[in-house]
Design a protein around this ligand. Sequence first.
Ligand code: FAD
Length: 394
Amino acid sequence: MHLEAQADERAFRDEVRDFLADHLTPELRQAGQRTMGTCSPHEASQAWQKILYAKGWAAPSWPAEHGGPGWSAMQRHIFATECNFADAPMLAPMGLDMVGPAIMGHGSTAQQADYLPRILSGQDSWCQGYSEPGSGSDLASLQCRAVRSGDDYVINGSKIWTTHAQYANRMFCLVRTKTTGKPQQGITFLLLDMDTPGVKVEPIITMAGNHEVNQVFLDNVRVPRSNRVGAENDGWTVAKYLLEFERGGRAWGARLRGALANLHRLAEARDIADDGFAQRLAALAVDVRTVEFTEQRVIAELAKTGRIGPASSLLKIRACAVLQDIGEAGVEAIGNYAAPFQPKASQWGSNVEAIGRADELAVVGRYLDQRARSIAGGSNEVQRNIMAKQVLGM
Ligand SMILES: Cc1cc2nc3c(=O)[nH]c(=O)nc-3n(C[C@H](O)[C@H](O)[C@H](O)COP(=O)(O)OP(=O)(O)OC[C@H]3O[C@@H](n4cnc5c(N)ncnc54)[C@H](O)[C@@H]3O)c2cc1C
């Protein structure tokens, strides 16, 4: 395993750099740099996905048969790293990195033909309906009910913390189809159209001032049976498969490298990069490097077995911890400028000059937002339980 590019990989890196230089507008770069949350603002993320799609680069990890570029693990690493260095917007993962792989792994041929091309092109935007007001860590206790009615399921209940539900035209969700027996064996995985009558989306604004998450109410929502992925009452299998991609399939190393490069820029701008802060930067660089190696192991495992496995939990915990450390160092670097936080400064299309010091304010936004990263996608405590059980056999 090596992380240094060989000659052909350097040529590939140059090709990627040229492409990014030609296609990333200042607005797109600004959106990438000020990204909070799971992905960049919807408009920027969509615009960038269109550009990547036209080039055939929208889904680096997808197999070529479904429209992926057929890259090696190293090429994917290079591409993700260069995108982060260039401040490219982060694409929404709910379609490309979550439901896409789940449909490839567990969907019917008809579902693959129907959904995958629209996920790839960005024509469809997805949200994830797993968590409920009473079910997060103990996801198998979910209560959102679906009952059969002719050729449809009729859903009643509510989903919460639903990222970007306000933009999504589709949701993949877990519903309870059996109330007896083991809770895990009464769950079904469904794909629903957000325009269906009975779907209502209510915003939840985070302390970072970001409208990322929502509560979604489902009131007698009819979903055709053909929208079921996998067998009835076997949705837990699909759900767990998808979670491995959510936790482990997100180019964490590249994201951390990008965040560290931003921190370097910030420290240099404030003339502290050579002081005691240099030690902090060096320690973080080591941390980022170790995450990259862990990620390479995860990618190798995926290539060998087709599964990411419980290493996704390890990667997620460690990557989020380092991301939070970088965020914290950023706040220290800007000192008292961290105090007057203005969420609007980091929003897509904001008039930066009018607000002033927008870059520094975005640092605070990111710091506040990153508090949530050790909860989103399954809390750190729960990931440790998974590792204790599945890796250590405890
Ligand atoms: C920013 C953000 C975006 C999100 N986006 C989505 C989304 O798009 N779709 C979606 O479905 N969900 C989403 N979530 C929800 C997320 O998956 C849940 O918040 C998470 O699984 C934790 O569940 P909970 O909030 O119900 O907390 P709880 O399960 O109530 O946990 C509360 C605390 O108890 C601890 N805890 C719980 N059980 C155990 C245990 N067995 N052992 C040790 N400690 C335990 C937890 O670690 C946590 O600290 C998002 C969350 C956030 C913060």
